[in-house]
Design a protein around this ligand. Structure first.
Ligand SMILES: C[S@@+](CC[C@H](N)C(=O)[O-])C[C@H]1O[C@@H](n2cnc3c(N)ncnc32)[C@H](O)[C@@H]1O
Length: 356
């Protein structure tokens, strides 16, 4: 992910997705008794720079403060290579983002570089764990995809390998959270999905965004800008579960996850419109649209593409290829903006840890 607060500036849509989950989080909170002693303990897993979830945590704090002054701790976790400087600065009010933290009474935040594929918190310490738009990143890439850059375009054995990796990863995430949650604790997870209409991120009716990525990279291969080996290495290590895939270990009474006490409270899917495409439908300025839209895509896939380029190329050459890729994309959107957009398709789910 891009750093320096760039992430939150470029991804207004991700904030819309989180804001849509606020009633779900407040309702999960309302179903839990206030801690008899100690403090409320929350986690925000895959938080990036924390800017997109400020409103969510402000709402949680306000809700608690209606009835109590109990201490609140929020543990922000992301991969160790995340830009934690940006996170700290945003949370502590040193940026243009309006943080809930300065002046908040009895609220503390902690930052953790622990992956959600590992333990983040001590056993039985967590009241409510939250994560948005992060758990589609697999713990490893099971294979390169021969003729696409993403699993949504994979088939046969390659697709199988991705779905098996995703199954194992989802179980790992849930088992770690099962250990961390207090009995009666909840998870609210907002994850990319493939919905019942076959829609997924960037594929909600217009141009299929992933096919566009793929088309552009294949043109680069055909034009000799990158090699076939580099193209294959650019396979994105992501998977978008269906609601059945998310639900399976939580409903299967013989699964390890079920035995660990996790139960699905409910799951729904929703599409959140691409904010840049929505604005374009009003302002009709194709240049402005392309200029705003490409950075939101770039914020999450540039590092994978860059890593796919051969180390035998100089740094400058690799940077030039990446610049040229996004410029080509931006020019394409500017020339022909109709149908482009990154509509978000998410599964919103609440999970409970039952008392053992
Ligand atoms: C698209 S951002 C989402 C940020 C924020 N939650 C939001 O919804 O706006 C995805 C985040 O997931 C993080 N991430 C990816 N894999 C992770 C892992 N294994 N453990 C923790 N965070 C991870 C990335 O570093 C990135 O910050």
């Amino acid at each position: 992910m891009s750093g320096g607060g760039v992430y939150s500036l470029a991804t207004i849509g991700a904030k819309d997705v989180i804001d849509r989950s606020i009633p779900r989080v407040l309702s999960a909170l309302a179903s839990m008794p206030s801690p008899a002693q100690g403090y409320w303990n929350f986690s925000d897993m895959g938080c990036a720079d924390g800017g997109t979830s400020l409103q969510l945590w402000r709402s949680v704090i306000e809700k608690i403060r209606h009835s109590s002054s109990t201490d609140i701790q929020i543990v922000y976790a992301d991969q160790a290579r995340n830009d934690f400087n940006a996170l700290v600065q945003i949370l502590h009010g040193h940026t243009q983002f309006e943080s809930y933290l300065p002046g908040a009474e009895n609220v503390r935040v902690l930052e953790s570089g622990a992956s959600f594929y590992t333990p983040i918190l001590p056993s039985a310490s967590l009241h409510l764990g939250y994560s948005a738009t992060a758990m589609h990143w697999l713990s490893r890439k099971p294979c390169d995809i021969t003729d696409h850059v993403h699993m949504v375009g994979a088939s046969g054995d390659e697709h199988e390998q991705f779905s098996e990796q995703a199954r194992v990863d989802w179980q790992t995430i849930l088992l770690h959270r099962a250990r961390e949650l207090k009995p009666g604790g909840k998870l609210v997870l907002v994850n990319f999905c493939r919905d019942d209409n076959g829609h997924y991120l960037g594929n909600t009716g217009g141009v299929n965004m992933f096919d566009q990525f793929n088309h552009n990279w294949q043109s680069f291969v055909n034009d000799g800008v990158v090699t076939s080996a580099e193209y294959r290495a650019m396979t994105l290590p992501q998977y978008y579960n269906t609601t059945d895939e998310f639900s399976a270990p939580l409903l299967d009474t013989s699964s390890e996850v079920y035995a660990a006490g996790l139960r699905l409270v409910d799951i729904e899917t929703a599409v959140v419109e691409c904010p840049f495409a929505r604005d374009y439908s009003e302002h009709q300025d194709a240049k402005k649209f392309a200029h705003e839209y490409i950075p939101t895509i770039r914020s999450w896939n540039e590092s994978t593409y860059f890593a796919g380029l051969s180390q035998s190329r100089s740094l400058a050459e690799r940077q030039d290829i990446i610049e040229s890729y996004y410029r080509t994309y931006q020019d394409e959107v500017e020339r022909n903006p109709s149908g482009h957009g990154m509509g978000y398709v998410h599964a919103y789910m609440t999970i409970e840890k039952v008392a053992g």
